[in-house]
Design a protein around this ligand. Structure first.
Ligand code: AKB
Length: 319
């Protein structure tokens, strides 16, 4: 049975991935690791938890040794908008942190999942039907770290035989844990505000089409890729994956099918708008479909129904 470490377990993806991995492999087989955010009770009580900072290699190695870890999901990263505000921090966490994790994985022969992003592309990339292998010249620090990260992971595979695998995540939408400082965060906030206020002020302009995915599909992708037969993997770091693509007008229209009085206006954030304009409108994810059977379960309609139902419960006033 696998022994898994999730770094960044209290984050948007980590908090739900850890729970899913524990359901699949057993609570004791999945160690959750966080740096500063207090983990949810469910995470603390369903299996082991350790405080780990990917910038400190020695304590990380001690945790890997202590639990005889053989697989690491490394989810600690600085997202695009925060990375533009603090490029030094983004370089440190996304590159120095990743380097530490790769080294610990190499020493302890761990398989390693590292997510990349649609942010690994830039304005000179073909933005429609973006191919698996294409131009990657991002203009953001986030993108620079994501491309370098993909290359580093491929290097460790080619040079040291490390089992590194990754996907290029689109914007991830979930109702459990909020994302922190991304360009695609509007697509989460809009659902919260639709429930709370029945109105939303959007920070990306109408017509900004981006790939998106509902959290259950993101979790399915990470687990399926890590369980895939390595003989079938032509690519490794990282696979394009998508589930839907929409602009603010389309997601607002989908919310209006449930909340007809919902309204939206715009106050565009120029930094986020520029970042989003340099990312794909829609990616070609056929390589992932062919090599490890990627197939999403949720489209925009199904996601909207689920998000609004879950948030209506979560945001109910407490008695
Ligand atoms: C962000 O917006 O920075 C992330 C991403 C697409 O990688 N959600």
């Amino acid at each position: 049975m696998k022994k898994i470490l999730v770094i960044g377990a209290a984050g948007q993806i980590g908090s739900e991935l850890t729970v899913a991995l524990r359901e699949r492999y057993g609570g004791d087989h999945v160690v959750a690791a966080g740096r500063k955010t207090k983990p949810a009770e469910q995470l603390l009580h369903s299996g082991p938890f350790e405080w780990v900072d990917c910038l400190a290699a020695a304590p990380l190695a001690r945790v890997v040794k202590k639990y005889r870890i053989d697989t690491i999901y490394h989810l600690a990263a600085i997202l695009s908008a925060v990375a533009e505000a603090d490029p030094g921090l983004a370089w440190n966490v996304n590159i120095s942190g990743l380097y530490n994790v790769l080294e610990v994985a190499r020493e302890h022969r761990c398989a390693l999942f590292v997510p990349s992003s649609i942010g690994a592309f830039g304005a000179s990339t073909p933005l429609d039907n973006t191919p698996q292998v294409t131009i990657q010249r991002p203009s953001t620090m986030y993108g620079v770290t994501k491309v370098a990260g993909e290359l580093l992971c491929d290097y460790y595979h080619a040079r040291f035989g490390l089992d590194t695998r990754g996907v290029r995540f689109p914007g991830i939408i979930s109702h459990a844990t909020l994302p922190g400082g991304g360009t695609t965060d509007y697509a989460v906030e809009i659902y919260y505000e639709a429930i709370r206020q029945k109105r939303y002020t959007c920070n990306l302009p109408a017509g900004t089409f981006l790939d998106m995915m509902y959290m259950p599909d993101a979790i399915k992708a990470a687990i399926t890729l890590m369980e895939a037969d390595p003989a079938r993997l032509v690519h490794r770091n990282a696979f394009n994956i998508t589930a839907m693509n929409f602009d603010p007008e389309l997601i607002a229209a989908s919310i209006r099918t449930h909340i007809p009085e919902f309204t939206m206006d715009y106050e565009v954030d120029p930094v986020k708008a520029k970042i989003a304009a340099s990312w794909p409108n829609c990616m070609d994810d056929s390589a992932a479909r062919e090599q490890w059977g990627w197939k999403p379960d949720y489209d925009l309609e199904a996601m909207t129904g689920d998000m609004l139902a879950a948030l209506s419960k979560k945001l109910q006033p407490q008695e």
